[in-house]
Design a binder for this molecule. Structure first.
Ligand SMILES: [Zn+2]
Length: 217
């Protein structure tokens, strides 16, 4: 499969893209089959909202049940601070992907890279090492578990609507990650499969031993 990115890649992305191509050739020689599990970014945004909606509603029901809101007032400086914290949380989200994968990757943090897709103003984190299924899954979900659900729990215990609104946004922002994990879970599990984060698309590349068509126990 030749790499065919739908957008212009930065030099570092180009290098990762070529590395994937080489890895792909090597793995095929060793008898692996390549499966790309990627999601279309635009389509993913819509699906992400649908997937996260039950979580958003559940968190809101709990928050407002425990913290009846008497007044809604936010100052201009409060709004600016809110925006600033939101940007910090977005960066933290990627950092947590990197931290979780980096702790488990064979090459550690050397395997972790960050970047920004400027056309979409989307920061991302990628891991160039192959991971086990549960490792990829954990690293994929961790930012939303901590900054979404963890922050929502903190905001609820503090009765802070300000913080809660940010937690809800972080849950929503985890939609793409959840979508990818869902796609991965729906793909039949094969023993001996290696999971690579896709270097320039939303999703992952799985190399599975060809001929291992029986699902792993
Ligand atoms: Zn993410």
């Amino acid at each position: 499969m030749a790499e065919n990115p739908g957008r212009k890649l930065s030099p570092r992305e180009q290098a990762r893209c070529e590395a994937l191509q080489r890895l792909s050739d090597r793995m095929k020689e060793q008898g692996y089959r390549r499966v790309d599990l990627v999601v279309d970014v635009v389509q993913a945004n819509g699906m992400a909202v649908v997937i996260m909606l039950p979580f958003l509603v559940a968190a809101a029901v709990i928050f407002f049940a425990l913290n009846p809101v008497k007044e809604l007032y936010i100052s201009f400086s409060g709004l600016l601070l809110w925006l600033l914290v939101f940007l910090v949380l977005m960066v933290l989200h990627e950092a947590i992907h990197g931290l979780t994968w980096g702790l488990m990757a064979p090459h550690g943090f050397k395997a972790i890279a960050f970047g920004v897709i400027w056309q979409m103003l989307t920061p991302y984190c990628t891991c160039t090492d192959g991971l086990k299924r549960w490792q990829y899954l954990l690293g994929g979900l961790m930012p939303t578990l901590v900054l979404g659900f963890g922050l929502a729990a903190l905001a609820t215990s503090q009765g802070s609507l300000w913080l809660f609104s940010l937690a809800e946004l972080m849950i929503l922002g985890g939609g793409g990650d959840f979508l990818i994990v869902l796609k991965m879970l729906r793909h039949p599990k094969k023993s001996g499969a290696v999971y690579y984060d896709h270097p320039y698309e939303c999703g992952l590349v799985v190399f599975e031993p060809a001929g291992s068509d029986a699902p792993a126990a």
